[in-house]
Design a protein around this ligand. Structure first.
Ligand SMILES: Cc1cc2nc3c(=O)[nH]c(=O)nc-3n(C[C@H](O)[C@H](O)[C@H](O)COP(=O)(O)OP(=O)(O)OC[C@H]3O[C@@H](n4cnc5c(N)ncnc54)[C@H](O)[C@@H]3O)c2cc1C
Length: 316
């Protein structure tokens, strides 16, 4: 049997929330251990241009920015580990976790920063232009700016899709919204906002057949009316997917309060406390509203400060 490791602070996840929590926790002498998970650096490692994170006036490449956050966390002796946590037990005062090699860790505090994954349609052409950074995006607030005065297409029918379509309508010259059914899934107020925006064109009963493009990126979208089976091409330089996110919280569901879509719920507004004392959550794993690197980093700092106070009270 492998030896149990006792630590003050375990951080699960290596996105902006996890690394920021690590910087704060390490500087507070909590000797944090951070597991990077399957996607070291988190979601930003899948994007080229980050232009809205403060401190980078010329913008920065996503993987480069995350390498810098990691270096900053390591500078203060965060123990950054590859691998992931695949099981936890939060039933007692000491929080237990097991990594993918079977190593057992007992932590006085845990900061969960496992993020969320954007859902995509799964079309080959969608994934091709997503990987190229050539016009497919799951985040209008992040990437809308790159499509000023251009025509874009957005897929989705819920509140987030309506909000993102409306956001894009202020930047793009035209937004075509593809809705699979004959009605929205959004609240009436969001639906009305979209319907009343002159440069948003809504196509109901319409599905994406293929994202069209060339060596430079997206040039259009081939769509199909699922009632008539007719197809046609819509010219566009951007293709936005707004069909939801899946928070990476499955391993916590037996212990933490999750909402109906799997986001971890904060126990006390204005803090990062969960329903389990000593377990805190930061970033997109609990945030279905803002989903930005800077807000994830902000709650990462909060989580480390909350954990430090908890630890001080525990240690007297
Ligand atoms: C294509 C794209 C472009 C974006 N562009 C921008 C932008 O320009 N500006 C902006 O502000 N935001 C942008 N975002 C949003 C931004 O990336 C997220 O809001 C932010 O990364 C959330 O940070 P996080 O730390 O909460 O989680 P994430 O970045 O999602 O990181 C989660 C981490 O948890 C780890 N993990 C998961 N499960 C486990 C486990 N069981 N054990 C150990 N580790 C685990 C993963 O490996 C990963 O490291 C973009 C998102 C995408 C997808």
């Amino acid at each position: 049997m492998s030896e149990i490791q006792n630590i003050d602070c375990l951080i699960i996840g290596s996105g902006p929330a996890g690394y920021t929590a690590a910087i704060y926790a390490a500087r507070a002498d909590m000797s944090p251990v951070l597991y990077q998970g399957m996607q070291p650096g988190g979601q930003l490692t899948t994007t080229n241009d980050v232009e809205n994170f403060p401190g980078y006036p010329d913008g920065i490449n996503g993987p480069e920015m995350m390498a810098q956050l990691q270096a900053q966390a390591e500078r203060f002796d965060t123990d950054v580990r590859p691998g992931f946590i695949d099981k936890v037990d939060f039933s007692g005062p000491i929080h237990k976790a097991w990594d993918d090699s079977g190593k057992e860790i007992h932590a006085k505090t845990v900061i969960i920063s496992t993020g969320a994954s954007a859902l995509y349609l799964g079309l080959e052409s969608e994934q091709k232009y997503l990987k190229m950074g050539g016009g497919v995006s799951a985040c209008a607030v992040c990437d809308g700016f790159f499509y000023r005065n251009q025509e874009v297409v957005i897929v989705g029918a819920g509140d987030s899709a309506c909000e993102e379509a409306h956001y894009l309508s202020k930047l793009a010259s035209k937004v075509t919204m593809l809705v699979r059914r004959d009605e929205f899934r959004a609240s009436k107020i969001m639906e009305e906002r979209v319907r009343n925006t002159p440069n948003i064109d809504i196509l109901f009963n319409t599905e994406t057949e293929e994202v069209l493009g060339d060596d430079h990126g997206v040039t259009g979208v081939r769509v199909k009316n699922n009632q008539t089976n007719e197809t046609h091409d819509i010219p566009a330089t951007g293709f936005f997917v707004a069909i939801g996110h899946k928070p990476n919280t499955d391993i916590f569901k037996d212990y933490l309060k999750l909402d109906e879509t799997g986001y971890i719920e904060y126990e006390e507004p204005g803090t990062t406390k969960t329903n389990v004392p000593g377990v805190f959550v930061a970033g997109d794993a609990a945030d279905k509203t803002y989903r930005q690197a800077v807000t994830a980093a902000g709650t990462g700092a909060m989580a480390a400060l909350d954990a430090e106070r908890y630890l001080s009270a525990l240690n007297g």
